[in-house]
Design a protein around this ligand. Sequence first.
Ligand code: NAD
Ligand SMILES: O=C(O)C(=O)C[C@@H](O)[C@H](O)[C@H](O)COP(=O)(O)O
Ligand code: ZN
Length: 375
Amino acid sequence: MSQKITVTVKDHSYPIYVGAGLLEQAGEIIAPILSRPQSVIITDENVARHQLSRLEKSLTNAGIAFSTLILPAGEATKSFDQLQNVLDQLLELKLERSDKIIAFGGGVIGDLVGFAASIYQRGIGFIQIPTTLLSQVDSSVGGKCGINTPRGKNLVGSFHQPDLVLTDVTTLDSLPERQVRAGYAEVVKYGLINDVDFFTWLESNGEKIIAGDRLAQTHAILTSCRAKAHVVAEDEKEKGNRALLNLGHTFGHALEAECGYADTLIHGEAVAIGMVMAFDLSVRMGLCPQADAETVRQHLERLALPTRISDPKHALSNIPMTAQRLFDHTLHDKKASGGKVTFVLTRGLGQAFLCKDVAPDNIKAIFQQSLDAAD
Ligand SMILES: NC(=O)c1ccc[n+]([C@@H]2O[C@H](COP(=O)([O-])OP(=O)(O)OC[C@H]3O[C@@H](n4cnc5c(N)ncnc54)[C@H](O)[C@@H]3O)[C@@H](O)[C@H]2O)c1
Ligand SMILES: O=C(O)C(=O)C[C@@H](O)[C@H](O)[C@H](O)COP(=O)(O)O
Ligand SMILES: [Zn+2]
């Protein structure tokens, strides 16, 4: 049993299938959209260890020949070096423009493979098979692809929509708990942007999602994908409201860059801290009730996500950082225009909005507050 959501963008619509055991059906679902029964699976070493044999068996059963490229795991793989490696190997395999490649993994694999697909022979099709909670609720949908540079997150990339997203919730069974919690931060994001009822549901069901409750996970994935599909259909290339999906990200990306895209701080954790900062900034600017910022902080803390840079339980607190350096990173944000960064602020739970006019001193003050915060 699977459920289907359709993402409709101007000249390209595609389905997201969500269900348990879909990997076993991957071959039959993929075969009809291939121009010939041949493909390339690109994955990382952890996904290969835990889940690859299921996908390979399914493709074989459907008569699809394939090669498999296994990349190193972790954020550092979203790099120029790995992009070149992937492109070289696709060329070596003589992939044709009408072929499709399969991104099998978390957001790192999805973002890198999507970008490679968008520039290989000026663009080939690709299929997303996301295997982390984060990629199932967010990164596999919407076509943002790219790599990091030392100057900032995702600064080189493209918009390239997949042809199909195949989400098998059972892949989450082998995902380390820290990664499930990090993915949960992006789930909470949808509630905080514009769906207070979903946030209320998460307050009662968040722990179940982390604990692996299949029904709760499926509900969270479907709700998140529907929300993202709606935003992407209205604004594929982020000319306007798609930027709301960036709640917490301008702060979070600055932290990730300062940590050198190492395992010290993973994306979802950075987003958790960043969302708290976005609420704190909104309170500081007199836009949002303090009580709502407190509700968000307490919810994320209860789910064992970091909420401040100074959190002594998190390795991030050992990295030397200054508010000025963190602020400098924000100037590279892709939402910047005329030297000013657009921030996602909020009037309260489920009431996010875009603001082009935030004083630099307020931004630095919020970084400083997070650096200094104590229990
Ligand atoms: N394109 C977008 O719209 C979008 C949205 C959100 C995040 N992102 C990007 O996604 C990336 C983060 O993605 P992520 O959190 O999925 O991280 P990830 O891809 O690094 O995966 C997290 C870890 O889990 C391992 N893993 C993956 N699936 C597994 C499984 N089923 N069992 C065991 N181990 C497994 C991976 O090897 C890795 O070590 C960031 O680069 C972020 O910028 C992109
Ligand atoms: O899909 C989007 O749009 C998002 O902003 C989703 C984010 O969760 C994601 O991390 C995205 O990659 C950030 O985009 P960026 O443009 O700030 O790099
Ligand atoms: Zn994100």
